[in-house]
Structure formats: C-alpha cells, structure tokens
Design a protein around this ligand. Structure first.
Ligand code: NAI
Length: 693
C-alpha cells in the first residue's frame, strides 16, 4: 500500500511545477533522494516526493527510474490501494501521477493548484492524464482543464471531481489517506468497473454530438489554426471516448508524440520554460549584489500609469506614496486600486479586510517632502522632458542618499533624462506596460551612467512586484516600443499601398498577434505615434544625421493632420467607435486610401494574405535582430520573452528571435532579402549578424 506525498510549493512556484513536469525528459538534473520511501508498522508504505534542492519536483528520466524501482519493491502481488496525498501544487505530470492513484486527497490550502496545463507549452498530458480526466469528468467538463489548461484550487478541484477529499493539515491528510487504505479490499479505478459509463455520455449521445459539431469551429476561431495542441487534445478526447481505456491511452500517446515533435511545442517550451527560467533566475542581474527588498516606493504622477504601478506595488506588500499636483488627482489614482480590489473581493479571491489593508498601503500627497522615506521613486508624469527634469530635481532634494530614481518614460532616452539627476548612477528606466495590473513585463532600461548596483536593485524590485524583468540598454524607443512600432507602421504602410484594411487586420490576427495593426494604432493613438516619430526626426536631424521617413508617414500625416482621426481616445481613427455597438472600420477609409489590392478569388486572397503575414512577422524579427546587433537588447531570452509579454508577439512562434531560428536562418535571410527588394530597405538583413541566435 502506497501513499504519494507531494512537496509543498509556494504559490509562485505553481507555474514552475507545471512546466517542470511537462518537459521532463529535457532535464538531467535530479537526485534519486527526491523520492523517499518508508514502510510503516501498519504495513502502509509512504513515498514522499520532495526534492530538497529545488522549489519544484522535476519529473525526468531519473525520477521515472527511481519510481519504477520503488514500485517494483512494493508490488509483490497485483493491485494495492494507492492514495495520492497532495500537500503542494500538483500540475501537469505531478497531477498525472496523482491520477494513477485510486484516491486523491488534497490539503485545503487556497494557494495550492491542481490541473493539467500542458496545453500552454503546446503539449497534451500524455501520461494517461488526458484519458483519465475525460473518464473522470466527462467530455464537456474536461474541456476547460485540458484545452484551456485551467488550474484549480483545492475547493474547485473537489467540486469538479479532480480530487476526492480535502484535508485540514498534513496530519489530517495522512490520517485520511491511511483510513481510506484500511477500508479497501479490491480498489480499482472507475473505468475498470464493468458498469462504467462516461459522465455526460459519449460522443454518440445527441447532446454531446451537437456540442462536438460546433466545438472545432469555435476552437479554430480562437487559435486561427496556429496552435496544434488544442486541436489534438480535442481529437484525442473524442476519439478516446469511443474506445476502451487501453486504446484511448494509445491514441493519447500518438497525439502527444505528434505535438512533441512539432515546431510549436519546441517554440513554446523554449520560450515559456527555458528562457523564462533563465530570466527569472537572474541571467540579466549583475552578480555580487545582495538581494534588495523595497519597503516604500514613491510615485510621481497618479495618472493611468502611476495609478496602475501603485496598485501593483501595494498588492506586492510594498508601501506607496502617490504624488500628483492636486490631492484630488492623487486620490483619483488611489481610487483605481479601490475599484480593482472591490472586483477581486466580489470574486471572493480576497476578503474585505485584506483588500482594505492593501489600499491602506497607498498614501496620497502633493508634497515632494512626503517621499523622503522612500527607497525608490518612480516617475510617471506627462511625457515632457522639462517637466520630468523639474520633478526629478525637486524630488531628489528630499530623498536619502541611497534612494533610487526610475522613469517610466516610454519614448525618451534614459541617459538624457538622467542629466537632471544629481546622482545619475542611481537613475534607471522602469518601463511598465498598460494596464499595469495585467501586463506581466517590465522593461528595465540601463542608462549610460546607471550603476550595476542600481540595476540589480531594479531587477529585484520588479521581481518583488511579481513581474518579469528584461534588461535593455538605452536607445530611442528602447527595445519593446521600437519593435512594436514596426508592426503597426507596417500595417499603416500597407494601407497606403492600397491593400484592403480588412485584409490587413485579418493578416495581423492570423499571424498570431492579439489584434490587427490598424486597431492597435487606434488603441495607442495615431497622434501619439505621429508625435513620437516627429520628435525622433527632430532629434536625429539635430544630431546631423539623415532621417529616413517610413512609408507609413504619409498615412499617419493624413489621418492626424488632415482628417483629425487621432485614434480610439477621440472615438475616431481607422475605426469608428459607436457608443451603442462594436467598433467598425471607418467606411470612408477607402475614399482617402483607395483600395487597389482586394482580389475576390480566394486563392489570390490567400496569396496576398501570406505575403502580408510574412511582412508583419519579418519586420518585427528583423528589428529585434537589429536591437540585438546594436546591443540594445542584451540576450535572446530577453528579446523573445519581451516580445511575447510586452506587446503580444505570436506566442506559438516563441518570440521574435525564435521565429528566425524556427524559420531557418538561411531561409529567413533569403525571404527577407526578397521582401527588401519589393518593399524597401527596412527588410534588408545583409549587414546583420545572426551569430547569437
Ligand atoms: P497621464 O496623463 O495619465 O498621467 C500623468 C499624471 O502626471 C497626471 O495625473 C498629472 O496630473 C501628473 N503630473 C503632472 N505634473 C506632475 C507633477 N509635477 N508632480 C506629480 N504629478 C504630476 O499619463 P500616463 O499615461 O500615465 O503616462 C505617464 C508616463 O508613463 C509618461 O512618461 C508615458 O510615456 C509613460 N508610459 C505610458 C504608457 C501608456 O500606455 N500610457 C505606457 C508606458 C509608459
């Protein structure tokens, strides 16, 4: 009789645990001591899964060998009752192991997560997990766990049938596990029962058949055909539900192998496992500096960004002093947190006193002197160099010698802003993304004089906030804004060439971007993008260099200066924003940008679309490669993760540089040169070094 006991993981480790198991065979680091085995006097054997050196238990070849060895030790006759006693997060392979047990009890700890999120790495649960969850929950209920990768807390897992019971503490967990074992005479899995029926019915049942008839279309709309895993999961679920358990497991394995050997899983594992780990483990953090923990952070400007940053700091347990020019504006910024917190309370993810204590961490002011005790100040005032210089000087006068200063500017080079600082070595860029509470990335910008100590502390602050830091060197637009701009400008250039806007937008989403380039330009505001480019032109010309206008310039000029279509914020951009209905492309767009390419024949349409998709993806990859060559972005991992987390570059491609690797460097070069000949120098890669990829 055996009990599997899972290691207790912190909430932050949950995702790691899932990823660990999903890519089991790619790692070789593992100690056999990770599964401890004890045989108790009552005849019950306990396997404890606990890797003392790691926050997550990694399932790899060595783990499997050790597990098999132990199972052979205890398995002197057939079938013994086996309980999974889950006292830590069990995601992916960890939960598949639990599914192999007859009974599952979990510690009722709300931070613990249970589920099968393999889909997020382009895979499916291939160790029997898919087949078992379908048989436990039924087809429909299994959808959210298998296709969406839902992670449940213990209460939800019990309600949905992923586990059988909850325990109040570790002792209770063991007590219940042993009690259940004592009661068993012939334990078996539900599907081994001759009377077993699939919950909710199999695919032949009319209601199920009806649901399955529309499911592929809904899925295809979501994935745009770019993600093979959800499709393979659905196929394996349905096909497996029609046959016996062993055959279903074989079907599952075949789909798993297909996914594992495909490009998308490779791209996604590379980005969301290997590179994300490299980043989180501090590859870009200078070594040799003690870990920094911020207690109090001042924020200048309680507008859209300042309010969001305040919320993210306060929820991470950091005290905030939020300053604006009037107390009403500062309070309005705090109100933003109050609203977000009340939604969380309404969803029962926080109690009212907990929410209040988060809110109480935010203090509002109009006085720079009130920031005196802050370890950090983050500046998020209007985008104006003189104003930023003035608030930097005014605030620094009140700060401790050791305090650090960060600007959240999006377009202005950090080294220039640092000129206003009396201690530029303690000045750095922390570029947050909007909405701050949802966006996981922070781009740290190292100015010419920023010290390594400041960089290490900035890295720690971002991690303390639970966000992912990438580190880049100072340059116009830094990394993310610079490459993001190429996507939206390429879309605008296409419009100027006479391509139908519907085709442009469809190409964007089919390429895997969250929204089409014209819709995105509307969101960020055409006038803002136009102004930034005008400022860049003035700066470049002031340096005595020649500014090369992008072909999108004329489109922007016409929209902003002649047609007063400034974007979503004024309700008029490439789209119209009627109050009572969904946005729609501005019908007059074709009067100002006559359509010359909109073939009705589907094949010709597809051909144009392929070309547009290539342009949209290539231009971002090429600009990223330029950033890498110019040492603006410092590592391939930062570039890939920054592109996905920062502006939503197609996740299935694994990031802008992984796109090049996956395409094949030679093939990429050739295609880029062909695009350069047709559309201009911005696609030219002749002088670029691909060596670091
Ligand atoms: P916003 O216009 O919403 O807020 C600016 C706030 O600064 C206003 O509340 C204003 O009253 C306040 N302010 C002005 N002078 C001040 C002073 N002397 N002391 C204290 N507060 C003062 O602007 P938003 O969008 O929040 O942008 C702020 C900064 O963040 C800009 O540098 C912008 O480039 C950057 N940023 C903006 C992003 C966005 O998506 N909006 C994304 C990333 C960075």
């Amino acid at each position: 009789m055996v009990i599997g006991l899972f290691k207790k993981l912190s909430r932050k480790d949950s995702a790691t645990a899932a990823n660990n198991v999903a890519i089991a065979d790619k790692s070789s680091i593992f100690a056999a001591t990770m599964i401890q085995y004890e045989r108790h006097n009552d005849g019950i054997a306990v396997f404890t899964l606990n890797n003392p050196d790691k926050s997550a238990n990694l399932i790899n070849r060595a783990f499997a060998a050790r597990l098999n060895e132990l199972i052979a030790t205890v398995r002197t006759d057939t079938r013994k009752p086996v309980v999974a006693a889950i006292n830590g997060t069990a995601l992916g392979g960890g939960y598949e192991l639990a599914l192999a047990c007859h009974y599952r009890i979990a510690l009722n700890d709300p931070t613990l997560r249970i589920g099968l999120p393999e889909v997020s790495l382009g895979l499916l649960p291939g160790a029997g997990g898919l087949t078992k969850v379908v048989r436990l929950l039924g087809l429909q209920a299994a959808f959210s766990y298998l296709i969406e990768g839902k992670k449940a807390n213990p209460g939800t897992a019990l309600r949905d049938g992923l586990i059988h019971a909850l325990a109040t503490d570790n002792d209770d967990l063991m007590r219940q596990a042993k009690a259940w074992i004592e009661q068993q005479t012939r334990p078996r899995q539900p599907w081994d029962d001759p009377d077993y029926r699939l919950p909710g019915g199999d695919p032949r049942k009319p209601q199920v058949a009806q649901m399955l008839a529309i499911a592929p279309a809904i899925l295809a709309q979501k994935t745009q055909g770019n993600y093979p895993a959800p499709e393979a999961i659905m196929n394996a679920m349905v096909e497996g539900a029609m046959v016996d358990f062993d055959t279903a497991c074989r079907i599952e394995s075949r789909y798993f192998t297909q996914l594992l050997t495909g490009k998308v899983a490779d791209n996604m594992i590379n980005a969301f496992w290997f590179q994300l780990n490299v980043i989180n483990n501090g590859q870009s953090r200078p070594a040799g500096f003690d870990r920094h923990t911020a207690k109090c952070v001042g924020i200048l400007g309680a507008g859209m960004m300042g309010a969001g940053i305040a919320y993210s700091l306060a929820t991470a347990g950091i005290n905030v002093v939020l300053k604006d020019i009037s107390i009403e504006q500062a309070e309005q910024g705090k109100q933003y947190s109050a609203q977000l917190l009340s939604k969380i309370v309404a969803k029962k993810q926080m109690t009212t006193p907990e929410a209040q204590s988060v809110l109480d961490r935010i203090n509002t002011t109009t006085q720079a002197a009130d920031l005196a005790a802050c370890d950090w100040v983050i500046e998020a005032v209007f985008e104006n160099r003189e104003l930023k210089a003035q608030v930097t000087r005014e605030t620094e006068a009140h700060l401790a010698e050791t305090a650090l200063f960060a600007s959240n500017t999006s377009p202005l080079p950090i080294s220039g802003l640092a000129a206003a600082s009396a201690r530029p070595q303690q000045f750095i860029g922390l570029h947050f993304f909007s909405p701050v509470d949802k966006m996981p990335l922070v781009e740290i910008i190292v100015g010419k004089q920023t010290s390594d100590d400041t960089l290490a502390k900035a890295f720690d602050l971002v991690k303390q906030m639970g966000k992912t830091p990438i580190v880049v060197n100072d340059s116009r637009g830094f990394y993310t804004s610079r490459v993001f701009a190429t996507y939206v400008l390429e879309g605008a250039a296409m419009l100027g060439e006479g391509i139908a806007p519907t085709l442009i937008e469809a190409a964007g989403t089919k390429a895997g971007m969250p929204v089409g380039p014209l819709a995105l330009l509307d969101e960020v505001s055409l006038s803002l993008v136009f102004d930034i480019r005008e400022q860049a032109r003035r700066d470049i010309e002031a340096e005595g260099l020649t500014y090369e206008a992008h072909p999108a310039y004329e489109v922007l000029y016409k929209m902003v200066r002649q047609l007063n279509r400034l974007g979503k914020k004024v309700g008029a951009g490439f789209y119209d924003y009627p109050a009572a209905s969904k946005k729609q492309l501005w019908p007059d767009l074709s009067l100002h940008f006559p359509i010359r390419h909109n073939p009705s024949h589907p094949e010709a349409q597809q051909q144009i679309q392929r070309e547009l998709i290539d342009r949209l993806l290539f231009i971002q990859a090429i600009e990223t490669l330029r950033c890498l060559n110019e040492n603006v972005v410092r590592s391939v991992a930062d570039a890939n993760i920054g592109s996905i987390f920062g502006w939503g570059f197609a996740p299935f491609q694994g990031g802008t540089l992984q796109f090049i690797r996956s395409y094949g460097i030679d093939a990429f070069r050739q295609r880029a040169q062909a695009l350069a000949q047709q559309y201009g120098k911005r696609f030219d890669v002749a002088g670029l070094d691909f060596g670091q990829l």
